[in-house]
Each structure stands twice: as C-alpha cells, then as structure tokens.
Design a protein around this ligand. Structure first.
Ligand SMILES: *Cc1c(COP(=O)(O)O)cnc(C)c1O
Length: 422
C-alpha cells in the first residue's frame, strides 16, 4: 500500500543541490487544512481553542502559522513559553501544562499570563510560593486511576506520573478558590496516538460528569475543559485516519446531554500535537550504503538522532523511495543510519523496491515528535527544516546545525578551532 508525498524526486534533486540531506520538509497546505478541520469540528463551542503542544514541533514558523489560524500553545518549559511569545502567542492563549515544575518556571509562566495547569495537589503551595499569589485562571490535571471499564486507549493510569486522583483534585480546586482563583478548568490526557473516534467523546463524558460533581460539591462552576492531546494518526498505510468531524460531534453530544442539560456552558480546549502536524512532515535522506551480511541493509545519511521514534519505541514510519513509488518490492531490508548503536534503524524487515546508492528516501509522518526529539549522539549535527509553502516555494524554517554550533558550549582549544574555521 501507498502513502503519497507532496513532492517528487525532481523536487528533491533540485533542493539537494542547495541543501545537503538529510532535511525535514513540511507541507503547509496539509497543516492548514488539518487545523481548519479541527476548528470546524468544534465550531459548535464558541470558546473552543486548540493549544498546539509545542513539544511536538517547536519552531516559531509553525507557531506563527498556527496562531494565524487561531491556535494557542501548550508549553511545559521556559524556552517553550518564550517561543510561543516570540511567535505572537501570549497571555491566556498559552496553557502551561508542566509537571515537576520549578519555581522559576511558574514565575515565567505567570508573568507571561499563561493558564497554569497544576499537575498535583502539592503544587498549589509551590505555585503560590513561586509568585506570591494564586493567578486568576487555573487548571487542574486529573488522573482517574481507573477509567470506566475500558482500557483500550491507555496504559495503566496507576503507573502514570501525570495528574491527580479525584479527591486530591477536589482539594486542589478548593484551595485554589480559597486563595483567590476566579476561573477554573480541568485537564486530562489519558491516551497517546489513539485512532479511535470515541476517545475524546468518552473523555469529555468523564470530565463533564466531573464538572457537575465539582459544582455540586465545591460550588465551583468550571470555565473550561481541556481534552489535551492523544488523538492519533495512521502511521501504517492500512490504518484509518480518525474522523475529526465525528469526534467533534461526539463531544458536542456529551456536552448537550450532560452539561447543557444541567445548565452549564463552558469552553472546550484541546492540546493536540501529533494530529495537527504529524502526517505533514517528511524526513528526506539519501541512500549512501548497501550491505549484504546476515540481513540486507540500506544505509542512509539520516540517523536516529534526526528521528528517534523507531529507535526508542519501535515505531513504524512508512518509507517511500522517491521515483520508485510504483516499482514492485525487490526484497526485505533494514533501513539504517550510521550511529554506533544497533537500534539506529528507521525500518526493520521492510519490503522495498530495488534501491541504489544516491536514491532519495522520504520517511513519512515525521511532522510531530520528530525533529523535536532529536539529539546529537556520535556528535551528529541536527538537520535543517523546510516549509513547502502553499505557493510551492521551499522556505528554510531552521538551518542545519553547524560544527561551530555544536562546539559552542564546549571548552575547546580556541586556536585550533579558529584555524579549522579558516
Ligand atoms: C505531549 C502532550 C500533548 C500532545 O500530545 P499529542 O499526542 O502530540 O497530541 C498535549 N498535552 C500535553 C500535556 C502533553 O504532554
């Protein structure tokens, strides 16, 4: 089965004349259409906002694009808050969903006007200690431990470090109210890469029921519910994408049935990362080796340091050999990078057409948690990122890391480095 690319071999050959592989290419039109689909699915909720999870794709060019489409940002570190700010996303359009948070992080987040999503009851005191008061708008992160009878979406929530159980959540809200908070939300993320159209609706149902209980027991009427992220994308060609319209409608139905029927109206927030940009990013790399030992290997100039999901999770990422889209499989290969580390494999036992040195390969679905998870093991430098704009122009949105960038934080022989740079 086939997955398409928004560029072809000739495009990549042209780009590679100016920019060495490996590099990332993102499809602006795809991202735009995806956000429009999300907005349409939740248009029934006037206060709806998607706060894009910055960790999925930390790049001001993408955050500016998302801001222009009405999105906010979900941040979890000071640099992420700064990046949102320099992209024009400010104030309560930032949700600060951190955990194990330092006092400095609370200070910067509150100064930025972000909505603080408190991960734990003990953090109420920490937040107050950090800034001297409790901000007006706050959110608490919920971890139900057990969730209904279903376990299809989630791992074991008792093993999850995130959020707090119901009794602690109630106590946190009570304390926050007493300390002067005026607007309240509840947040929960109970899935990752979930392809079920039922996940958000079922989570919404759980959180809406909790909303009623919070009003009845604490006299607090929530202002928003944050469904967070976790909506999946089909990494494998045979998987079906979610139906975002059906998801929005499912949440709408639960909203009317549980909240509206009880006289509550509130804003729905999401913090999707993967769903918004994941399918619209490609890692482009050149074949630089072929090796025939106990297995057949195809060596490429990208490594797991560019895209680590296959190495750490064994994740499937589809591979297209550009220009050979319609050629039959010629064998079973491992597609590997050059790290001195045997998990540096983009694909294991993958059927591919006959590949030659100099062929270009596109690794699909690398638009979220791709470049951002990268690292510099073996002193491999980080690759450039490009936006393939709607007008067909290729725009650099992050230059490749240079040797000087890499050495900048080290104590090196200055004369040697200077001579080397000459
Ligand atoms: C990672 C994360 C997200 C985004 O998750 P996706 O799976 O990319 O949708 C949203 N919210 C929080 C708090 C996260 O940690």
């Amino acid at each position: 089965m086939q997955k398409n690319t928004p560029f072809n071999l000739n495009d990549v050959k042209r780009w590679a004349e100016d920019y060495p592989t490996p590099f990332y290419v993102y499809d602006e039109a795809g991202i735009r259409a995806c956000v429009e689909g999300v907005k349409k699915a939740f248009a029934w909720n006037p206060g709806f906002r998607e706060h894009f999870a910055v960790k999925a794709f930390p790049n001001p060019s993408i955050l500016r694009l998302l801001k222009s489409l009405g999105c906010g940002a979900d941040c979890a570190s000071i640099p992420e808050i700064v990046m949102a700010g320099c992209s024009g996303i400010e104030g309560n359009h930032i949700v600060f969903s951190s955990n194990e948070t330092s006092l400095d992080e609370y200070r910067v987040a509150v100064e930025a006007g972000a909505i603080i999503n408190i991960d734990d009851l003990t953090q109420v005191e920490q937040l107050e200690k950090a800034v001297g008061y409790i901000p007006e708008a706050v959110c608490c992160r919920y971890n139900p431990g057990e969730w209904g009878t279903t376990n299809e979406f989630i791992g074991n929530l008792y093993d999850s470090k995130f959020g707090m159980p119901e009794d602690q959540l109630f106590e946190a809200l009570r304390q926050l109210k007493e300390k002067g908070a005026k607007r309240f939300g509840v947040h929960a993320m109970l899935a990752s890469c979930c392809l079920s159209n039922d996940y958000y609706p079922m989570l919404a149902e759980e959180l809406f029921a909790l909303t009623i209980k919070i009003r009845d027991e604490l006299g607090i009427t929530l202002d928003f519910i944050d469904l967070a992220g976790g909506v999946g994308i089909p990494y494998r060609p045979k998987e079906k994408p979610v139906d975002i319209a059906a998801i929005g409608e499912g949440v709408h139905e639960a909203y009317d049935r549980i909240l509206k029927a009880n006289g509550i109206e509130l804003d729905i927030y999401t913090e999707m990362g993967r769903y918004i940009t994941g399918p619209y990013g490609y890692l482009v790399t050149e074949v630089i080796g072929k090796k025939h030992i106990y297995k057949e290997y195809i060596g490429v100039d990208a490594t797991a340091s560019c895209l680590m999901r296959p190495a750490i999770y064994g994740s499937y990422h589809h591979i297209t050999v550009l220009g050979k889209e319609n050629e039959p499989a010629a064998g079973i290969f491992d597609v590997v990078g050059s790290l001195c580390e045997n998990n540096d494999k983009f694909a294991v036992d993958r059927e591919l057409p006959a590949v030659e040195l100099g062929d270009y390969i596109a690794i699909h679905d690398a638009g979220a948690h791709g470049h951002s998870m990268g690292y510099t093991y073996n002193a491999k430098l980080r690759p450039a990122e490009f936006m393939l704009c709607e007008n067909g122009e290729l725009k650099m949105i992050r230059r490749a890391q240079t040797m000087n960038d890499y050495f900048a934080t080290l104590d090196c022989d200055a004369e040697f480095m200077e001579a080397r740079n000459r």
